[in-house]
Design a protein. Structure first.
Length: 101
């Protein structure tokens, strides 16, 4: 068994901590389990989810995409409903699992 601070060789010249390896494994499991729901998002919803994961507010996203804040809120609510998201932290987990961030 590896010691807590010992890194595990992943590939040539690539070392990873056990904690990082567990996080990556969990993200892979999450992605496999949720791929179908994620694939139902529209191109625009994916774009908005990626911007949310970057920390942008509804107002900032609206300005960047030349849309109204109301339109962005509607997209955001649809994304939350389709994926069962309840917080920005959960949204970032989706973004990480599906390479949006």
């Amino acid at each position: 068994m590896n010691k807590p601070n010992q890194h595990i060789p992943l590939a040539d010249n690539v070392m990873v901590s056990p904690q990082a390896l567990r996080r990556l494994t969990e993200l892979q499991r999450f992605a496999r389990a949720n791929r179908r729901n994620f694939s139902r998002l529209s191109r625009r919803e994916l774009e908005i989810l990626a911007l949310i994961c970057q920390g942008l507010t509804n107002e900032e996203i609206a300005a960047r995409l030349y849309r109204s804040v109301h339109t962005i809120r509607t997209h955001r609510n649809n994304i939350w409903r389709q994926l069962g998201i309840r917080s920005v932290v959960e949204a970032v987990k989706w973004g990480q699992a599906f390479d949006l961030v």
